[in-house]
Ligand binder design. Sequence first.
Ligand code: NDP
Length: 240
Amino acid sequence: MARVAVVTGGTRGIGRAISETLKRDGFTVVANYAGNEEKARAFTDETGIPAYKFNVGDYDATQAACARIAEEVGPIDVLVNNAGITRDGTLMKMSYDDWTEVLRVNLGGCFNMAKACFPHMRDQKWGRIVNIGSINGQAGQYGQVNYAAAKSGIHGFTKALAQEGARAGITVNAIAPGYIDTEMVAAVPENVLEKIVAKIPVGRLGHAEEIARGVSFLASEDAGFVTGSTLSINGGQHMY
Ligand code: NDP
């Protein structure tokens, strides 16, 4: 039986590449999305992968959705916490809502999803959790106290949960992407982006598929001895 993998925010950007790569590598994949129906429909039409709409920042909604996925597709063996948002601004300009929302979705989403998936993984003594952090969680970034705090939190969450899962055959790892050519980065002004690319030793943005390959390795049988680690995929921009 193919393992069931859930990719949050799996219908576009990096998440879409992860969903497609995991499917190609033999997993039964389910993607999640927040509300962009057009992208979700196109994704399912083109890939044949089902997409479930729910807000990962909503605890009750995630528990209900994961129970529905378990019933309709199968219990979740592999969890990829990829859904993320930005609400950038300097501290002086950032609203309390922008602070809490980014924490709630990016970091809270990891907790909510792990809560729903961990019991089955523990019972079957096998599981894989891959959390998508960020170079900006490792190094910090001007105008992103909310995002950097959430992503930095993901790296701590990963190391703590890895210790809880180790004896139960559950690995928990993070990937810290650098700047990847998705819609999230397309929102960065061009002059700022040029300066960013100039600081990347390999001299270009990363591709979503390059993150997806890392996720697929961490989700594989071969990665059973890798846990609590962070894989930085950033073109050498931050050597951590
Ligand atoms: P995109 O903005 O392209 O896609 C985000 C995805 O997350 C969408 O599928 C979106 O759904 C979903 N999503 C957003 N909020 C929620 C929510 N509350 N509940 C469920 N799903 C949600 O992002 P990227 O592909 O660029 O980024 C993916 C991950 O990688 C994020 O965690 C991001 O922080 C991280 N990252 C990205 C980098 C980059 O350079 N792009 C660099 C470092 C880290 P919908 O389509 O319905 O809106």
